[in-house]
Design a protein around this ligand. Sequence first.
Ligand code: URA
Length: 238
Amino acid sequence: MDLRDQLAEHLVFLSELGVTGLSRDPKWRQRADDAWNAASAADMSPAVAVSTGAGGEALADIRADIGDCTRCKLCKAGRTHIVFGVGHPNADLMFVGEAPGQDEDIQGIPFVGRAGQLLTKIIESIGLKRDEVYIANVIKCRPPGNRNPDPDEVATCEPFLFRQIASIQPKVIVALGKFAAQTLLKTQDPISKLRGRVYKHGDAQLIATFHPAFLLRSPDRKRDVWEDMKKVRSILRE
Ligand code: URA
């Protein structure tokens, strides 16, 4: 696909999200430049800053503690990979999904299937790149047949998510769908009730929105997600 077609596709996607105009203001992309400037000031390229440093080591320690996990029944349910998380170890923005699906289980990386491709577009819609944010799930192993996680599986796995959040210290957490929102907010309220406001989660602000897999089935709700993402963008710019 040439650049023109890619641009056209991106604009169609933005309009599906309800975007009615685009800014040519360079501030739109300022965060990436800021990250570059901060890293250069420390005489370190952003790539090095991402792969090493205290944040990266703390996450590596959490991953090491998970080990070849046998704490719940999902270890015997056909797991290929434990899907820990991916992204910038000190990201301002963190996305939390439910559990790996088939593609994620095969690759060991969260949100790489169809829902993941939509999540990447959602991230890019607010001027960020996937490697500038952090992406993880409540559950680190695929539930068989993509069934909902059982309460005992959530209870066993959530401490690792909480440790990831404590290590990354994001400014904003986006809970994708019911399981992430209910786990992080300790509530049984449905996602339709939880979205549309800003919560506190420790020092972070938390926004709950629809899961990208739900958007694939109900594209008319993309407009709601765009509203939520505009709120995320404005908090990040504060
Ligand atoms: N759905 C999720 O909740 N997480 C993934 O990693 C992929 C799909």
